[in-house]
Design a protein around this ligand. Structure first.
Ligand code: IPM
Ligand code: MG
Length: 357
């Protein structure tokens, strides 16, 4: 029987709770399938700082490299907020992305029809939202040099090379080919030199994809259009910082940040993680929404393990459970009827295994 190895990096805050539900769902999925999954846990973020004084220890990197895919929970813990940038938990996540060469971050935002009324925006605005953010993940302002503090000034550098733009642009055009064949490239070319190069290179690459339509938007306009009419978008192609901001905005279209999965792919083992953060204020209370993590597991099955049918089964199970009215607190209309993290995991496992709801 085929066996896959998955690295688990639960991390901080609600990370461990939501990853536990992801694991249970993967185990349910393998029950009726002809493959097995072996899990290997490792530390990252604040959890790793505590034990190794390093937010991304070498052991963790080695575990990730040796596995077929990585499932990550969340990173960030206010206990470490006063540390210098290199010792903050978030640095662990950035090093994971950099060391594994994960230059492309895919963040699909699709609204489940049963959740249309859970969004803070009007139903008629969010109805039919189905977009994919392709965010460059190992360059731009996050990694550019020089950066630092000098006297009473602080600085970062936004930099992209032609090669970095080309590879992420190709990935976006390929993704669009499998969808509605529209790429919206988001930049700030009216102000930034780096965006002018971005726009020129994306336009060049588009010539290789004549079947895909390309449009360009400035980031401020894109942020506005996203909440004015999200149906204008199919694939959004953008750099690291703009992608970070737009993907949180896109998450809210779907009702809650707790719904959005992501895949980070590149040179080595791919990493799957919910878009939401560690939410320390609700950690350990069994109220976090595990759906973003569970949907990330579906992405993992599809993209890294080539198990598309099982991925479909997980996504169908999520839909079915939502259609049956199950809601965690973040997507519930009445707080008293909300179910917990574990119960939501149970319901989805039962739906996967075809048990009665
Ligand atoms: C995300 C997060 C991270 C980012 C943080 C935690 C470093 O906000 O994955 O969107 O900014 O990329
Ligand atoms: Mg973010």
């Amino acid at each position: 029987m085929e066996k896959y190895r998955i690295a688990l990096l639960p991390g901080d805050g609600i990370g461990p709770e939501v990853v536990a539900e992801g694991v249970r769902v993967l185990q349910s999925t393998t029950k009726r399938s002809g493959f097995a999954i072996e899990f290997q846990e490792a530390l990252i973020g604040g959890a790793a700082l505590e034990k190794y004084n390093d937010p991304f220890p070498k052991q963790t990197f080695e575990v990730c490299r040796a596995c077929d895919a990585v499932l990550l929970g969340a990173i960030g813990d206010p206990r470490w907020d006063d540390l210098p940038a290199d010792k903050r938990p978030e640095r662990g996540l950035l090093r994971l992305r950099q060391d594994l060469g994960l230059y492309a971050n895919l963040r699909p935002a699709r609204i489940f029809p049963s959740l249309v009324s859970a969004s803070t925006l009007k139903s008629r605005v969010v109805k039919g939202t189905d977009l994919l953010i392709v965010r460059e993940l190992t360059g731009g302002l996050y990694f550019g040099e020089p950066r630092g503090f000098k006297g009473d000034r602080a600085f970062n550098t936004m930099v992209y090379s032609r090669g970095e733009i080309e590879r992420i642009a190709r990935l976006a055009f390929e993704a669009a080919r499998k969808r509605r064949k529209l790429v919206t490239s988001v930049d700030k070319a009216n102000v930034l030199h780096v965006s002018q190069l971005w726009r020129a290179v994306v336009t060049e690459i588009a010539a290789d994809y004549p079947d895909v339509e390309l449009q360009h938007l400035y980031v401020d306009n894109a942020a506005m259009q996203l909440i004015r009419n999200p149906r204008l978008f199919d694939v959004i192609l953008t750099g690291n910082l703009f992608g970070d901001i737009l993907s949180d905005e896109a998450a809210m279209l779907t009702g809650s940040l707790g719904m959005l999965p992501s895949a980070s792919i590149g040179k080595e083992t791919a990493v799957y993680e919910p878009v939401h953060g560690s939410a320390p204020d609700i950690a350990g209370q069994n109220i976090a929404n595990p759906i973003a993590t569970i949907a990330s597991c579906a992405m993992m099955l599809r993209h890294s393990l080539d198990r598309g049918a099982e991925a479909d089964r997980i996504e169908e199970a999520i839909s079915r459970v939502l259609n049956n009215g199950c809601r965690t607190r973040d997507i519930a209309t009445s707080k008293s009827r909300a179910i917990g993290t574990r119960e939501m995991g149970d319901r989805i496992c039962q739906a996967i295994e075809g048990k009665n709801q």
